[in-house]
Design a protein around this ligand. Structure first.
Ligand SMILES: [Ca+2]
Length: 232
């Protein structure tokens, strides 16, 4: 950080001064920032809570047969119970829509599941087809009595048709799946510069799938430079 002094130029227009260093812009305050670069897990998030709510609500359950016809599981806010073959495999179809903006080309989608699964997403909208593996695999999710203990995250092209090939290990004859858009369910985190566990309410915050370093979910720190002052 260097500051160009302009004392010799007093009286001239400010435009005649060299650049003055200011605090580096906090690009993380932008809601539209790319998400997955710092996303290593989707456990213990608002999205997990949201997915578990659907898994616990019988009214959200949809039974589909993953052994024939690759049924579509793209409807939001559903818990799909996917029937699998005796060897624990099946195929469903997923078509992402734009969530972040009407021009968004890629969406991050987390598939929460009740079993340990391998999922490959085959983009059948391109020739030759492209096969994707999960960018993030989170296991051991424990939230209350929620049956969703695993999640697999993919970045998917909006409007493309993906065949999701599911294989459970150990093999099970069905698996519960809740697809969720990361963008819809990111947590909001506040900057905690003084480390007292409370973050400044404004202007710095960021959305993320997990708390970034130096950010916390609790806000209301009116002095983020003094760890003895918080919740004020
Ligand atoms: Ca403080």
């Amino acid at each position: 950080m260097k500051r160009t002094l302009c004392s010799a130029l007093l009286g001239l227009s400010l435009a005649a001064c060299g650049p003055m260093d200011e605090a580096a812009p906090d690009l993380t305050s932008e809601q539209e920032q790319p998400l997955e670069a710092t996303c290593t897990s989707v456990d213990n998030t608002a999205m997990t809570t949201h997915a578990c709510a659907h898994a616990s609500n019988p009214g959200d359950n949809v039974n589909v047969n993953g052994t024939s016809g690759a049924p579509n599981i793209s409807t939001q806010h559903k818990h799909y119970t996917v029937a699998l073959s005796g060897s624990g495999t099946g195929t469903v179809t997923y078509i992402p829509v734009a969530r972040t903006s009407t021009t968004s080309a890629v969406e991050s989608v987390a598939f929460y599941t009740t079993q340990n699964v391998t999922i490959t997403a085959v983009d059948t909208s391109v020739t030759p087809n492209v096969t994707l593996t999960a960018l993030v695999s989170t296991d051991g999710i424990t939230e209350g009595t929620c049956a969703l203990h695993h999640a697999r995250v993919f970045d998917l092209q909006v409007g493309h048709t993906y065949e999701l090939n599911i294989a459970t290990s150990p093999a099970t004859t069905s698996v519960g799946v809740v697809p969720e858009y990361l963008y819809d369910n990111r947590g909001r985190y506040y900057r905690d510069a003084d480390g007292d566990g409370y973050g400044a309410s404004s202007p710095l915050y960021r959305f993320a799938c997990e708390a970034p370093a130096g950010y916390v979910t609790q806000r209301f720190d009116c002095d983020d430079t003094n760890p003895a002052i918080f919740n004020c």
